[in-house]
Design a protein around this ligand. Structure first.
Ligand SMILES: Cc1ncc(COP(=O)(O)O)c(C=O)c1O
Length: 425
């Protein structure tokens, strides 16, 4: 996969605990022949056939496959209820409406998230109260969340960022003590565990099934909860406020002229989407296991590059879903700022992304909801430095080495241009 641009030599090296032998070309002028994107959905032939079967079945919109996806995810998480919709963003919208978010109500959560959540809050007239995150995990702490809760707080929405869980036990205790709702933004965290429990168990959480996520329905999301009344409200709002959908009517012989209970939206997931995620769900653990191997290899290799630093893992017991491989590009140490770093990697056929520009730094928020300088110091520091490197289960170990070698080559101050991990043979 690596093309020589100028004379170079290869070295046989062994890589730390992996103990694998690879040819590692590590001097100048090398690049991949093919572009390595930062993500790629793990779609198998069986997944494709499952979608084709739905297309042939005559039932394309919300139907048995959505019901099966909901049941399967609820069972996996040990949750009573699961509700699928067209995206995690749609579910956030439905959830905020279902809990009765009113103009002026406050929503406490990190600015370091995909801006879809703050947007939903704003669109419903609520106020985002952003909290700073830990500088190295990018997770919101129970202390930071507690300090932001006021008498106007309606709900606290922490994010299991990149698939690492926030410290749920104290956050649950805090929300119970303060009498506010707790919604876990688990967009990154399907398959994550916190202290031996799968995310989604014992709380209310929203998973995203967008194509970048560990498993995907094309677009889609699933909310899990033990609160049956909440789930019923969200189901109603999801489909015009009818309280039944086309499948319910067909299955249960309900009147085709069901009446609006309260005005609702049109955010139901079609079966052809649901079946794609359903087909991938049995592979979730093995997909995460491969992500964990890739992340371990990245950690070993990046340890030798000053100024390109991975996030720290949480201290509490957990299983990380490794949804994204985020590094911080620190110009003071590596001699290059993030956008130049991303451009240089692109020129070497390596794709990158940013997850995320902090919400309060987006133009509308800067202009309409300005934050005092320094209030979100860790968020700001990371927002201008984070960069997502390629990581998806179909990647080979050599792909990681290609990325690391490209980084070594592009960095002006890379001390590691000729240094490799492991013991030379
Ligand atoms: C942290 C976070 N929350 C919410 C969302 C929204 O997910 P969706 O794209 O399914 O609406 C995303 C999407 O990437 C996300 O990263």
């Amino acid at each position: 996969m690596v093309r020589k641009n100028s004379a170079h030599k290869n070295s046989k090296k062994t890589f730390g605990s992996l103990g694998k032998f690879v040819d590692l070309p590590y001097d100048h002028g090398l690049m991949r022949e093919t572009f390595l994107p930062f993500c790629k959905a793990p779609i198998s032939e069986a997944d494709i056939q499952a979608v084709v079967a739905v297309l042939r079945s005559g039932w394309i919109t919300t139907g048995p496959k959505v019901a099966e996806l909901e049941r399967s995810i609820a069972t996996r998480c040990g949750a009573k209820e699961a509700v699928a919709a067209t995206s995690a963003t749609a579910l956030m919208h439905l959830y905020l409406q279902a809990i009765g978010l009113k103009p002026g109500d406050e929503v406490v959560g990190p600015s370091m998230t995909w801006v879809s959540t703050p947007n939903m809050v704003e669109l419903l007239g609520g106020r985002n109260v952003f909290v700073d995150v830990d500088r190295d995990t990018l997770l919101a702490s129970p202390e930071a969340l507690e300090a932001a809760i006021t008498a106007r707080t309606k709900v606290v929405i922490p994010v299991h960022y990149t698939g690492a869980p926030v410290d749920l036990d104290p956050i649950r205790a805090l929300c119970a003590r303060k009498g506010v709702h707790l919604l876990e933004d688990a967009a990154h965290a399907i398959g994550t565990h916190y202290k031996g429990r799968e995310i989604g168990m014992g709380g209310t959480a929203i998973f995203s099934l967008h194509p970048i996520k560990t498993i995907t329905s094309g677009e889609g999301g699933v909310l899990v909860t033990d609160d049956s009344a909440l789930a019923a409200k969200i189901r109603g709002l999801r489909f015009h406020g009818l309280a039944v959908d086309a499948h319910d009517r067909a299955q249960q012989g309900r009147s085709p002229q069901a009446e609006v209970q309260q005005p609702g939206y049109k955010q139901n997931m079609p079966d052809m989407n649901a079946v794609l995620a359903l087909s991938q769900l049995p592979r979730l653990d093995s997909l995460i296991a491969r992500r964990q191997e890739l992340a371990t290899l990245y950690r070993e290799q990046l340890a030798h590059i000053d100024g390109v630093t991975m996030l720290a893992d949480p201290k509490w017991s957990h299983k990380h879903a490794r949804h994204l491989l985020v590094v911080r590009v620190d110009e003071r140490r590596c001699g290059m700022e993030r956008s130049a770093f991303m451009e240089a990697l692109k020129a070497k056929n390596i794709g990158t992304g940013i997850h995320f520009l902090a919400s309060h730094t987006h133009r509308w928020y800067r202009e309409n909801r300005p934050e005092p300088a320094g209030r979100l110091a860790n968020t700001d520091w990371n927002s201008s430095r984070i960069c997502t490197l390629p990581m998806f289960p179909d990647m080979a170990d050599q792909d990681v080495l290609d990325v690391v070698n490209a980084i070594k080559e592009v960095l002006p101050k890379s001390v590691a241009k000729v240094a490799v991990t492991g013991v030379a043979r």
